[in-house]
Every structure is written in C-alpha cells, then in structure tokens.
Design a protein around this ligand. Sequence first.
Ligand code: PMV
Length: 326
Amino acid sequence: MRTVTVSTPGKLMLFGEHAVVYDRPCLVTAVDQRMRVTIELTEEKVLMLDAPDVHVSGFVKPMDALGTGETPKGAQFVEVAIKNFLTKHPFSGGLKVSTASDFSSLFGFGSSSASTACVVKALAELSGKKMSQKQLFDISYKTVLDIQGKGSGFDVAAAIYGGTLYFVTGGKIIEPLKVKDMPLVIGYTGVKADTVTLMREVGEKMKAHPERVNRIYDAIAKLVEDAKGKMAEGDWERVGKLMDFNQEYLRDLGVSSEKLEALISTAKSAGAWGAKLSGAGGGDCMIALHPDGASGKRRIEDAITKVGGQVIHPDLIGAQGARVEA
Ligand code: PMV
C-alpha cells in the first residue's frame, strides 16, 4: 500500500494579528521547525490516527463517519481536513495517519494549521492530483473555519507557501516577499495562548465599539504596508519602530499580558529596535529585532531569559513550505 510523508513549517506572525481577521493585511513568516505527517492508504475503510504531540494514540473511526460524533481535540484538524479533501476529491479505502512535530504545540507556532496543511498536501500526493498551492490552501482554510468558526487563514498559508508572506484575510492576497537576514529574537512566555477565546473577546469589542476597533485596524493595516516596504529594504531599525507601534495598538485592543509586557520591555531595555507580541496575545511568544549582530542578539536573549522567558531558536526564518519527504 502506498505511503507518503509530508512536512510543513511552523509560523510566526510578524505584523497585523487580529486586524487580519477583519479584511486587513498581515505579514507572517514560516519557521523551520516542522510538522511531519505520514499517511498510508489501507484497504479497511477506517481512519487510524496517532498524533503523540497532541496526546492522541490509537484513534480509529470509520471513513464514512468522519466529521460526525466524538473526536478528541487533538484529532479534529486531521479528521476534518481528510473529510474536506475527500468531499472534493473522493477515493476509496482507508487511511493510517501519524504525525510528529519538531516543536511543542504550546509555542503558538501553529501545530494545528501545520498538520492540517500536511494532511491536505499528503492526500493530494496519494491521489495523484496535481493541485496548486491555492487549492491546497482553500481546503485547509475551510478546515480551520469548520473547526474554529473564525480565523484569517494566515497560518495555513505559511504552512503551504513557506517563506515570508504578505497575506490578506481568507487568502484574498498571498504574496511571497523577498526578505533577507531578519535579526529576530523569539521569547516564549511559558503561557499557552487561547486563540479562539481571544478572537471571540476581540469580536465582542468590535460589536460594542465598531468605530473604535475599525480605527485601530485601519492604523494597523497602514503599518503593515509600511513594514512590508521596510522589510524588503532591510531597514530593521524602522521595522522595529513599527513593531512598537503595532504593540501599542494590540495593547489598546486588550490582548497583551503582563508576561508579554515584561519580555517586551526587557528586550527594549537590552537594546532591541522594537518588540511586540506575536499571534493572538495573552501568552505564546514575543518577538524583537536586535541590532549589533550576534552580540546584540545574545544581550537580548540573556535579558529575557533572566526575567523568565524561554528563548526559541528556529533554524531558519522564511522556511520552505509544504514538501514531500518520502
Ligand atoms: O494565536 P495564533 O498564533 O494562531 O495567531 C492568531 C492570529 C489572529 O489574527 C488573532 C487570528 C487569525 O486567524 O489571523
């Protein structure tokens, strides 16, 4: 029986979180800590799933029951991604799926979106379908919406396309950018962010104060356009300033946290050109841009470690998108 292994990178939001859920652009980069999914075609018409990184082992469900009944949380994205793929491109038989990740599902690098994109790419390979990145994106994004109800799709875009992207809600624009040597520091707060809850809270603010929140989003959108240009020029000092402005707006939206603020102000005191939260907020990671090459980077990393942050080192920013491994 045929087997394929696909890997996808994790992601890191650089600019524009939350605003991108409401028809504005964001900037996202893929990080080379990868999710791997192996899928084997089987004769028996059941899905078998092992996903140790999200504590799922020996999950079995008949193929014709996918998307119905009880499913452990960690298995939902894989199950619904398979269902959505097969609805568009049916083939018979069963599937044995296993997942493995380089990164902890806690960091906010997007393990659910990375595994969703892996599954869709692997099924495209197994079924012999020639599918564009946009077609893979559309099935993956539908999966995110089916499960979360809301979301921009920036994370599945990063997993499929890789690199650094200028992205507009729902994949209206997915534009790869040429960005070199981003002097990035990543600090994990130790707190897992709850993206769905934060999106709901922000959604309630939007309902209660649409003018105010739309003003914030318009300002963030402007800043994203500015950052896009400055990143291409490699003007990291200016990009750092823009990160500071973006962080002020996120604070206004109420999605920052004490722990994030502690890491951000520590990074700034240690010389960072700018720093902000990355992702939904409330926890996950802080990102900063450092001056002075390796010594500037170490200075900031040492400082954030001292205040309880965990420095994360992806091997590469702007990593390759979904690829077949075997
Ligand atoms: O929590 P993360 O890293 O998945 O980022 C969420 C970013 C949001 O803009 C809040 C949601 C989205 O889908 O764009």
